[in-house]
Design a binder for this molecule. Structure first.
Ligand SMILES: NC(=O)c1ccc[n+]([C@@H]2O[C@H](COP(=O)([O-])OP(=O)(O)OC[C@H]3O[C@@H](n4cnc5c(N)ncnc54)[C@H](O)[C@@H]3O)[C@@H](O)[C@H]2O)c1
Ligand SMILES: [Zn+2]
Ligand SMILES: [Zn+2]
Length: 362
């Protein structure tokens, strides 16, 4: 199959615009694959740390963490060409790409947590330090790929690559299981992921808390949560009423806000487990009655491992679950500026880019 020599890619200048440019289609080197993009998600971190102004978001060396590459760290697509030494994947395979390529040999990389690779010189995130998924084609390292199991779609894969993987890891660490109630605070894409996966892992009932009325309307139609509680001063009382006064055995904060975390602490049951997933801000709590005397366990979790992502993808495929139901907007690469504007304004659900060149199936 002959490939085009040039393609569209999205560059983020850091001034709240997205710029569609022409780039050459690369050739995969040793251990690399050329992927024809099926779908690529826009993430809150792209908005907060790159789109609005990346120059203030510094990496460990004090330089801006975004290196002006093609954006997008949530890619999923089809292998169209393989470099020398590739062993697991080949032309025609559909894959999900883990969003960071680590050194592969440090302790965290060996455990599959490329996100926490300790070798800064060799740690490169797609869409940050190396070209990412907002393009017709992207070159990826084979070591960052996992299979896109049938019947998952490319949009499902893009969601698993970041938000769903994150939610899975938080729930796995909190060990949610059958007969338990799950509380999800913040019903953006990550919170909705926690709701879908929590139920898949056996949660008896899923209670969601959200403060945006538009989001509540969108979420109701998805039927991922059993009860939705408005995030006002009565939220904790309402959750206690819904759980016969005990609270939820497992809670997840996906709001990234101090009030949301306070709601989660107060509405977690005795001996409960809580996972902090939302980024930013502070976590403030009284300790004795709120935590110690309730015997709480609190996890803090940053994305997931390669293995976690692969296990999750397999489970979702087996159950016939489709993360893409949380997508509210699909736009082409040419419409990237509009897509970023929608995401930055707080679209009701997830915004993804689907190139007009995307493969038909998956
Ligand atoms: N831990 C990780 O590895 C990881 C990975 C990806 C994203 N994140 C973070 O997870 C969070 C969620 O991501 P997202 O894409 O769903 O973001 P989002 O901004 O779309 O969703 C957050 C939701 O929380 C709601 N909210 C805010 N304050 C609230 C409150 N007090 N009570 C209830 N709801 C409240 C908002 O209305 C919004 O719907 C973000 O902070 C993001 O940065 C973390
Ligand atoms: Zn992301
Ligand atoms: Zn490493």
């Amino acid at each position: 199959m002959s490939l085009p020599t040039s393609m569209q890619g999205v560059f983020l200048p850091g001034n709240s615009t997205a710029d569609v440019r022409q780039y050459p289609v690369g050739t995969p080197g040793a251990g690399e694959l050329l992927i024809k993009m099926g779908a690529s998600g826009i993430c809150g971190s792209d908005i907060g740390y790159i789109y609005r102004g990346y120059k203030t978001h510094k990496g460990l060396n004090g330089e801006p963490a975004y290196k002006g590459v093609i954006a997008g760290h949530e890619p999923s697509g089809r292998v169209v060409s393989a470099g020398p030494g590739v062993t697991r994947f080949g032309v025609g395979d559909d894959v999900i790409v883990y969003h960071i390529h680590g050194c592969g040999v440090c302790r965290n990389c060996r455990a599959g947590y490329f996100i926490s690779c300790s070798d800064q010189a060799h740690r490169k995130a797609y869409g940050w330090q190396r070209d990412g998924g907002h393009s017709d084609y992207v070159i990826v390292s084979e070591s960052t790929c996992i299979p896109l199991y049938s019947p998952l779609t490319y949009a499902d894969g893009a969601l698993i690559a970041c938000g769903f993987g994150t939610a899975y890891e938080g729930l796995r660490r909190a060990n949610v299981h059958g007969g338990e109630d799950l509380l999800v605070v913040g019903l953006g894409p990550v919170g909705l992921a926690a709701a879908m996966i929590g139920r898949m892992l056996g949660a008896r009932r899923v209670i969601g808390v959200e403060r945006s009325a538009e989001r509540i309307d969108f979420v109701k139609a998805l039927a991922l949560v059993d009860d939705i509680v408005l995030a006002d001063e009565n939220a904790v009382e309402r959750i206690l009423e819904l759980t016969e006064g005990k609270g939820c055995e497992v809670s997840v904060d996906a709001s990234g806000s101090a009030p949301g975390r306070a709601t989660a602490v107060a509405a977690t049951a005795e001996w409960g487990r809580m996972s902090l997933l939302g980024e930013g801000g502070n976590f403030e709590t009284e300790v004795s009655d709120a935590l110690l005397h309730k015997q709480l366990t609190i996890n803090a979790s940053w994305v997931t491992s390669l293995q976690g992502m692969e296990d999750l993808a397999k489970m979702l495929a087996t159950q016939g679950l489709h993360p893409e139901i949380v997508v509210s907007h699909r736009l082409t690469l040419s419409e990237a500026d509009e897509a970023y504007r929608l995401a930055a304004e707080g679209a009701t659900g997830k915004v993804i880019l689907v190139p007009s060149s995307a493969p038909d199936a998956a």
